[in-house]
Design a protein around this ligand. Structure first.
Ligand code: AMP
Length: 539
């Protein structure tokens, strides 16, 4: 027998309608490209998102069409997050840091019909526009009226909104309609698209706002440093809107000093970004102290946050760090690391150990770890296996690709490509990407663990460990290290440091010191580039 409850489509227009009614006075503040602050409310966001939807429909955008955004985090980009899906179309976020070839590939693969482009990144887009076919309208954002461009069919964002119809009825009528498209950063092969539905994103939003998730509330002031072009800014735009939290958008101002000033002046309570951002902010605050004790949660994900950095924030700056793990393929939030009741009696050091884990799955996400031959492994905190996930906001196929056994199991789980352990009480620890693990003499070595230990040294700013081929052991770890300005760390010292924490066979044979580590378009260490340098003898 079925239940007798209403059919209520879980569409994103419900979220913006809710905010428009409940939180019309709450603020969204954006740091403009010129450094000034733009300030408006959810009532404005509501009205302008609806107008944007109307404008897109007037331009000829049909349900299911892809509409690209090539933009920093700002209020107009929030309007696109609601206005594009509200027109029944798919909001396809484009990473402004992609290599030109990849950008052209993605726009063509998605068949974007309209693309919104920030004036500040227009030259990057113009560079590849000749290789892009099929875009019918280019809409410039924050551009002076007399801007010169080589692009055809150019419109200006404010003109589009001004001419739009106020009496528009949302076209997102079915919760199964696609609403967003994000391509993975593609460390191997061509980038692959995750195509979210209204339903999956609505449920992700509820999941993110669970108390053991990020649990945003109306009292929060949220700073998404994570770009809107990366994994839907971790779903924060929707989670903030549903909760009625004030939002602070950094625009293109992502330098540590600018972020420190923004956090302090806007009294931010929740800030979210990748570890390299928080590493930069930490060093900035050492050099030029500011009071950021307003932050109740410094959310970090995308790569492992070194325990030493968590400790620095917690002990010295009195800022609560919350690690989260996710993937573009999971919309993206999967786990959040918060203490449970049985941890409250632990020492501060033991609690830090828990916070350095990637956390427990949100309600709505199932996780398991599996051996190479497909056997489910125990949650004993030690056994490593491939992490697999399933749930209503996990992809079941990539965009325009058949699901294959490389990414999906026969019994319906998504293969994350991460290697992890699970503690008996359900805390996950990422030990590596399957492709980054070092296998030495038949034993697995976790590069993430070595990197965390190295970055705990005062003289080390960043460290990446990669596998290099070895005749005897098949692979050996190599550490590539960036020293802090004060310098300090040398090979012997780092070897001694690791010797206290790791088995002998796990300690890298070689330490190479470099000025900077190559990073991917979303700020992770680019180990593919490091491996290529080893192969061509330049490292
Ligand atoms: P992306 O889809 O670009 O967000 O990348 C997802 C991948 O980032 C995951 O599969 C992990 O390998 C890695 N990742 C995300 N969050 C964390 C974290 N907190 N700790 C370690 N790795 C992470």
């Amino acid at each position: 027998m079925n239940g007798l409850m209403m059919e209520y489509p879980l569409t994103l227009d419900r979220i913006i309608e809710h905010a428009g009614r409940m939180f019309p006075h709450k603020h969204i503040r954006t740091k403009r490209p010129d450094g000034g602050m733009h300030d408006y409310t959810y009532a404005d966001l509501h009205r302008r998102s609806r107008r944007l939807s109307a404008a897109l429909v007037a331009l000829g955008v049909e349900p299911g069409d892809r509409v690209g955004t090539f933009a920093w985090n700002h209020y107009q980009h929030l309007e696109m997050y609601f206005g594009i899906p509200g027109a029944g179309a798919v909001c396809h976020t484009l990473n402004v840091r992609l290599f030109p070839k990849q950008l052209a590939y993605i726009v063509n693969h998605a068949e974007d019909k309209v693309v919104f482009i920030d004036a500040s990144v227009l030259p990057l887009y113009e560079k590849v526009s000749a290789e892009i076919g099929g875009v019918q309208h280019h809409v410039l954002v924050n551009a002076p009226p007399d801007i010169e461009t080589t692009l055809p069919n150019v419109l200006h964002y404010e003109d589009l909104i001004a001419a739009a119809d106020d009496n528009f009825a949302w076209r997102s009528t079915d919760e199964q309609m696609a609403m967003g498209l994000c391509y993975t950063s593609g460390t191997t092969g061509d980038p692959k698209g995750a195509l979210y539905s209204h339903r999956s994103m609505f449920l992700h939003t509820l999941g993110e706002n669970q108390a053991m998730g990020l649990g945003l509330t109306e009292t929060d002031v949220v700073l998404p440093v994570v770009p809107q072009f990366h994994a839907m800014a971790w779903g924060l735009p929707y989670a903030c809107t549903l909760a009625g939290a004030d939002v602070v958008m950094p625009g293109p101002h992502l330098q540590p000093a600018a972020l420190a000033e923004l956090i302090e002046s806007q009294q931010v309570t929740v800030a979210a970004g990748v570890p390299s951002i928080w590493n930069g902010l930490y060093h900035e605050l050492q050099a030029a102290p500011r009071d950021i004790s307003c932050v109740r949660a410094l959310v970090v994900g995308g790569s492992a946050m070194p325990r030493s950095l968590i400790e620095g924030y917690e002990r010295e700056l009195r800022v609560n760090v919350i690690q989260a793990w996710g993937m573009t393929e999971l919309s993206p939030l999967g786990t959040v690391s918060k203490l449970q009741r049985h941890h409250l009696g632990l020492t501060e050091a033991e609690q830090l150990d828990i916070k350095a884990l990637q956390g427990t799955p949100l309600g709505g996400v199932d996780l398991r770890i599996v051996s190479d031959d497909g056997v489910e492994l125990p949650w004993d905190g030690e056994t490593m296996g491939e992490l697999q996930a399933r749930g209503p906001w996990v992809i079941r196929s990539y965009f325009k690709r058949e699901p294959t056994s490389e990414h999906f199991t026969a019994d319906g789980w998504f293969r994350t490509g991460d290697v992890a352990t699970m503690t008996p009480d359900g805390y996950m620890r990422i030990t590596d990407r399957t492709k980054d693990l070092v296998k030495s003499g038949g034993e697995w070595i976790s590069t993430v663990a070595l990197e965390g230990a190295l970055m705990a040294h005062d003289g080390v700013l960043e460290a990446a460990v990669i596998a290099v081929p070895d005749d005897k052991w098949s692979e050996r770890p190599l550490a590539v290290v960036v020293r802090t300005a004060e310098g300090g760390a040398d090979t012997d010292e780092l070897r001694r440091l690791l010797g206290d924490q790791f088995a002998k066979f796990e300690i890298p044979d070689r330490f190479v010191f470099v000025d900077a580590l190559p990073k991917t378009s979303v700020g992770k260490f680019d180990k593919k580039v490091l491996r290529a340098r080893v192969a061509d003898g330049t490292l």
